[in-house]
Design a protein around this ligand. Structure first.
Ligand code: FES
Ligand code: FES
Length: 160
């Protein structure tokens, strides 16, 4: 049995027919074609699948697509309007992206943090990204990138 649902993703409506048990992650990647959201563990442990749901970071592998009805979903594709978003620029500038598999999740988590806490301490950043795993960078460059992003965002840059 399949159900018809409408999901708002990056400000656009998507009408999809899904199994009630299909995850938001799989629908975003396979039905809607937004492959910027990555699949890692599939069990809520790595954060690679992070998207924003009504502005808050969630693991899209732990949500059913039907649970996203009526919510605003933001994926990494929705962060930048044309040029890179300041958070993305900071990650590039600080060398916080290596293989890049974890990057969409970290960047969306960072953006959600900076919207509610524009001047986070290193400790607050570490806490915010504690649900995201990176196997390449050793995390310090990611923390530096988020501190740098906070500075870049001063003055109200950003579009989400
Ligand atoms: S793929 Fe969702 S938390 Fe790892
Ligand atoms: S940059 Fe490779 S997992 Fe983070």
């Amino acid at each position: 049995m399949k159900v018809n649902i409408k999901i708002m993703v990056n400000g656009d409506p998507y009408f999809v027919q899904v199994s009630p048990f299909r995850t938001l992650l799989d629908v975003l990647r396979e039905d809607i074609g937004l492959t910027g959201t990555k699949k890692g563990c599939g069990e809520g442990e790595c954060g690679a699948c992070t998207v924003l749901m009504d502005g808050k970071p969630v693991n899209s592998c732990l949500f059913l697509a039907v649970q996203a009805e009526g919510k605003e979903i933001t994926t990494i594709e929705g962060l930048a309007a044309g040029n890179l978003h300041p958070v993305q620029e900071a990650f590039v500038a600080k060398g916080a992206i290596q293989c890049g598999y974890c990057s969409p999740g970290f960047i969306l988590t960072a953006w959600a943090l900076l919207k509610t806490n524009p001047h986070p301490t290193e400790e607050e950043i570490t806490t915010a990204i504690s649900g995201n795993i990176c196997r390449c960078t050793g995390y310090q460059k990611i923390v530096e990138a988020i501190l740098d992003a906070a500075q870049r965002l001063q003055g109200g840059v950003g579009n989400v």
